[in-house]
Design a protein around this ligand. Sequence first.
Ligand code: ZN
Length: 160
Amino acid sequence: MQIAQNSVVAFHYTLTNDEGEVLDSSEGREPLTYLHGAGNIIPGLEKELEGHAAGEKLNVSVSPEEGYGELQEQLMQEVPRDAFQGVESIEPGMQFQAQTQGGPLMVTVKKVEGDTVVVDGNHPLAGQKLNFDVEIAEVREASAEEVEHGHVHGEGGVEH
Ligand code: ZN
């Protein structure tokens, strides 16, 4: 069966950047499972998987705008050290949940300069072209309940 709206798809992937660096991979893990057409995965990848079937392998290049977005300068912010109460030492690379007007946002510490901490609210993969090596493991039809919830249930999905 081919991947279409409301297919449940399980696939293995290796994600590399343009330098060939491996950023993420499902190797040695269960395949990633998602509900097709529900926005569970980045749009550029979802679009390219459409029409393919189990057993197929494909290479997909995803631009930032169809991936995790372009880098947004305004998401880089200087925060006073005092804002991190209860945190003994702050190092670049640490991640914190920040409360913003738009709701909670995951930020990464870029650098610490004296009493000022520079944090970045961009997704770590924002602004990057992403190359996925995909192998489709399984395609099945979603249940009515999965379609209603907008996500996969059972193996590789949400248990509830
Ligand atoms: Zn559910």
